[in-house]
Design a protein around this ligand. Sequence first.
Ligand code: GUN
Ligand code: ZN
Length: 429
Amino acid sequence: MTAILLRGRVLSFRSRPRDREDHASYLYETDGGILIEAGRIVAAGAFTDIAARAPLDARIVDHRPLLLMAGFIDPHIHFPQMQVTASYAANLLEWLNTYTFVEEQKFAEEAHAQRFAGLFFDELLRHGTTTAAAYCSVHKASADAYFAEAARRNLLMVGGKVMMDRNAPEPLTDTAQAGHDDTLAVIETWHGKARNHVAITPRFAITSSPAQLEAAGALVQKFPDLLIQTHLSENNDEIAYTMELYPEAKDYTDIYARYGLLSRKTLLGHAIHLSDREMDAIAEAGAVAVHCPTSNLFLGSGLFDLKRIREHGIRTAIATDIGGGSSYSLLRTLDEAYKIQQLRANRVPPIESFWQATRGNAEALGLVHKIGTLEPGTDADIIALDANATPAMRLRMETIGSLEEELFLLQTLGDDRAVRHVYVAGSPV
Ligand code: GUN
Ligand code: ZN
């Protein structure tokens, strides 16, 4: 297989930027190169250095003046909700019952799930998202379709068959036993096949009986390396109902902890309305709070408290939460997150936002040895971004002189139009 040498401006994060001046936290080369062989990154740095190391027959692809970086990672998204986005609802529970639990029933049908698996990955890639952690539907067929399509495209995808055995329409429920057995079958069929990663996925405490959370906990015991994904404290009515269902728990977070579902592997979608006790418990467990800004604004759920989350030492991620979210674009998502933090008097530097959408999200998934950076040995999932993608962006670019300003423009005005090229494991898509 011929080596590929990409040329362009190259950006890759080494660590979370502590502040705007933390230039050591990233590699930035204005004339950079990325050498790729057999789907992996061999080296990234100054073009002349990388070119000197490249095999003589390496194919050079010149992307100047585009910005080359690791593909975006979306660590919380719902595969069966492509036709739920833009549904008009007052709040989370109305939105779930009126639209979401209706739409997801269609994924019982294999042909429907297969069609949408293709559409889903098309849409992610168009937006520069090369890895996602997705909730499939309750139906095993939806997870089979999701992972089969990811394998066919050689994409690194995380996903899980949703476990839900109550408080939803009958066609959208399993049982504690069936949820366990189907999840086990999905793990055995798909985990580690091609680039697939299976996550244990109890939807949230409202739709899982104590017996089902116990069954999910048993799966965690059996497969301690697997990710766990669920929802936590998104909406005040949700929290009140949850505590009625689990009166013995100290709080919402404690429900998951009691069933062995709160660990370093746990992705907690939303995590908006949390007490200090809950934040301490989440930090101690090493679980991840996943901010879903466009969803939180769209459903009126609340404003993620990044400053308090950080002060408590909680690991973070940022995600779209389609179909509660209103954009597939991580750029749009960073913009909305920035605005939410502005309302909380907590200004986030763009360099930190771009770390979060790439390396930060990879760390949250425990996959930074494979994705999220341009480090040697990692998979070559790479995007080329264009800060001149639209007339409005081009005009603003006339006055821009630094990387920081360019990143801020990309996140403020950018969307799928700014994603000019996408490479998956070294191959252009
Ligand atoms: N809580 C439980 N299920 C869901 C879902 O599908 N979307 C969102 N935003 N919150 C949830
Ligand atoms: Zn969600």
